[in-house]
Design a binder for this molecule. Structure first.
Ligand code: NAI
Length: 302
């Protein structure tokens, strides 16, 4: 059965351009009413006007879709609360939150201003936290919700010059890991998108011949998959240039080194400790503790 978002309502932050615009258009095309949030600033997050959001609203309404602009700044909890209130008063509910807004302030950590570190964390991490905090009561009341955060290869794997951005993006996958546990009983699913696409954010970093293949609209099907009723929860889904993959944090077997472990014992057992053939994903922190205890009990019984 094809995905149909008729009757559903989504908020997409930072949807005035780039990936957010494509996600919003794809949702609207399948019948979703969409709130287009965007501050309209430059790639560093400076300046701003609501016209970027309004242009995307026009693109949707011209095709007969339902959309509304919201010029709120994701770094303001009050703005995010106002955005959710206006969404519910205009469209009656809020089913899907796509946390997409983002900026860059790249520099090596040695040269980076602490203000630029904090601003990037504020927009990516706190922006997603504020929008999610504002949307959560509505989703809990409905006993239905789909929350998507946008992480990045910088967050999962690192990227030169992006310590601020990578830290904020990794924090989002940590935020998702707990949110998936806390919201499960309310019918809410929380997932993370790991995109790669040609936008103003990447045009100076990625070579031109690659940019031609990295059309942002090729990422949006992953967002619709995570926004649908059938969505999984707690997944990190990478999407780019028409490819899709699953990114997972895994842990190797817990190797018990006795009651008096030494650093030399870790060195001498490193092949065994780091043996990726034993690696498995874990669903929660308590699963990790259980795994540790199980290894200790098993070793002591031998
Ligand atoms: P973009 O710069 O084209 O879009 C970001 C949008 O967020 C802009 O329209 C901007 O006005 C808006 N925005 C920025 N600060 C805001 C704020 N405080 N409040 C409200 N709106 C704000 O960049 P792109 O590439 O579309 O990025 C979208 C998301 O995808 C970001 O979270 C980015 O970090 C992430 N991402 C993008 C990748 C790519 O390859 N393009 C790779 C990995 C992650």
């Amino acid at each position: 059965m094809s995905f149909d978002f008729s009757g559903r309502v989504a908020v997409v932050t930072g949807a005035g351009g780039g990936l957010g615009r494509c996600h919003a258009l794809a949702l609207a095309e399948r019948g979703c009413a969409v709130v287009i949030n965007d501050l309209g600033g430059d790639v560093r997050g400076e300046g701003g006007s609501e016209s970027a959001a309004q242009a995307v609203v026009r693109e949707i309404t011209d095709k007969g879709g339902k959309a509304m602009a919201h010029g709120g700044n994701v770094t303001s909890f009050e703005d995010m609360q106002d955005m959710v209130e206006k969404t519910v008063s205009e469209f009656g509910r809020l089913d899907i939150l796509v946390n997409n807004a983002g900026i860059l302030r790249d520099k090596t950590f040695a040269k980076m201003d602490m203000a630029d570190f904090r601003t990037v964390v504020d927009v990516h991490l706190m922006g997603s936290v504020y929008a999610t905090k504002a949307a959560l009561p509505v989703m809990q009341e409905q006993e239905y919700g789909r929350i998507i955060v946008t992480t990045s290869s910088s967050g999962m794997y690192g990227n030169f010059g992006q310590s601020n951005y990578g830290a904020a993006k990794a924090a989002l996958s940590g935020f998702m890991n707990t949110m998936k546990l806390e919201t499960a009983k309310f019918g809410i699913k929380v997932n993370a998108l790991l995109p790669v696409a040609a936008t103003r954010m990447t045009e100076s970093i990625i070579p031109e011949e690659m940019l031609a293949l990295l059309k942002p609209e090729l990422v949006s099907p992953a967002v619709l998959f995570m926004a649908d009723e059938t969505a999984p929860t707690g997944e990190i889904i990478a999407a780019g240039a028409g490819t899709f993959s699953r990114s997972v944090v895994v842990e190797t077997n817990s190797v018990y080194l006795g009651d008096a472990p030494t650093p030399e014992m870790i060195r001498d057992s490193w092949d065994k400790i780091s043996d990726m053939s034993t690696a498995t994903p874990l669903n929660s922190g308590s699963d990790h503790t259980q795994k540790v205890m199980k290894a200790v009990f098993e070793a002591k019984q031998k």
